[in-house]
Every structure is written in structure tokens, then in C-alpha cells.
Design a protein around this ligand. Sequence first.
Ligand code: PEP
Length: 247
Amino acid sequence: MTRQFFVGGNFKMNGSEKAITTIVDNLNKADLPKNVEVVLCPPYPYLAQVVAQNKQSTVKVGAQNCYCKASGAYTGEVSPDFLKDLGVDFVILGHSERRTIFHESDELVADKVKFALEKGLKVMLCIGETIDEKKAGKTLSVCQRELKAVVQKVKDWSNIVVAYEPIWAIGTGLTAKAEDAEEIHADIRKYLSTVIGKQAESVRILYGGSANGSNAPTFKGKTNVDGFLVGGASLKPEFADIIKSRQ
Ligand code: PEP
């Protein structure tokens, strides 16, 4: 089974109109491979700007979050309908920063995934363990728990990309070894096949956690690592190197 290589850029709460224009301009000028799906996820206020400035047909735009209601008295929240209106295709849900800092439960994340899919968005669903959970040998059980919450609410996984992002690797400069990531990704896929069946073969599983232009090529040949979700390095010119890392 060949799965299209996928690279997401999560700008987190970084950027400005000028800085984001520079990032998009650089990508517009880059000779990007046509067989890689790329998704840029700027903060909400810059989504429309990125949709308008992007000239690359393989580059799509994603939001970093959205709520599980269409409209109403939910001050400060963003509806998937608003994102669709802006020409946004993807949304990141369940990022560890949402789960830990904003206390999003597995159940809320699952509700958001279900609703975003119903509204026509594609989802990058983030899962992953803390350092203490890793040390306690709970990596897979944590990933399974986070996935199970979504499995219970969503039957069709064709518009979900899973991002395995060990929390100890996010923004820390510590990257999982490619061999270790491959093993965990294979285990995640095996688990998915027990709960969603054959669809699991086509679900892309990205690695996220201090991926950069230098370490991305070390994941080449890891058949269950279908791409990267990139934080810090997505703000830098090396993001294009990550996109090209499978060529
Ligand atoms: C992320 O925020 O999803 C991420 C992987 O961040 P970083 O690449 O900076 O570790």
C-alpha cells in the first residue's frame, strides 16, 4: 500500500502578517515535489491571508483547532463552517498543547473530530505520550486510549491523518529515533486495524516532535512513517527540506 507523503506545518501561536507572508513567499518560490501533500496551519487570524497568498497546488491550509458546534453562544470558539468559508481544508485536533494546557479530554477531542469531518474538513488527529508515560511503558496504551475515543464516534477514517507526537519530543529538540518511531507507528497501525479494519492500511501516520531539515531524512525507508507534523521548523526555510526529504 502506497500512502502519499504528508507534511503539516503547525505555526502554533507564532507569526505576524509580515512573517507569515515571508514563509508563504518562500514556499511559493520553492521547487516542491508534486507527490507530497503539504498543509500550513497558521493562527486563525492569518488563515485567509495564507489561503490568498499560497500559489502551490500541493499546499493546503489548515487550522490549529475548532469547536464541535456550528454556531451559538460559545464565546471565543471557531466553527468548522467558518473555516470552510475561508477555504480551509484541514484542522489539527487533539494537539498535546490543547490536551494539556487547555484540558481537552479524549471525549471532547473525539466530538470535535466527528463534527469537523461531518462539516467537510479533513483532520490531523494528534496522539502521544508524556515522558512519564513513556518511562512507565505506557506509550501504546496511551495512543490506543486516545484513538479509541475517536473510533467510538467515527467509522470512516478516510479523511483522518494521525500524528504520533510524543509529548517529550515536542519543542524540546529531542526527536524519537526513526527506528523507534517506525515501531510505534507499526503498533498504532496494528491497533487501528483491529478497530477500523482494512481502512487502517490507508491511514497516514505522521511523526511529530522536533522534526527538522537534518533529522527528517533519517526517517526515509520507515514504511509506517508517512510524513511529519512540524512545529518550530515549519517557520523556517528548512521546512522545504522536510517536504523534500522523501525524494
Ligand atoms: C507540534 O507542535 O506539533 C510539533 C511537532 O512541534 P515541534 O516540531 O516544534 O516539536
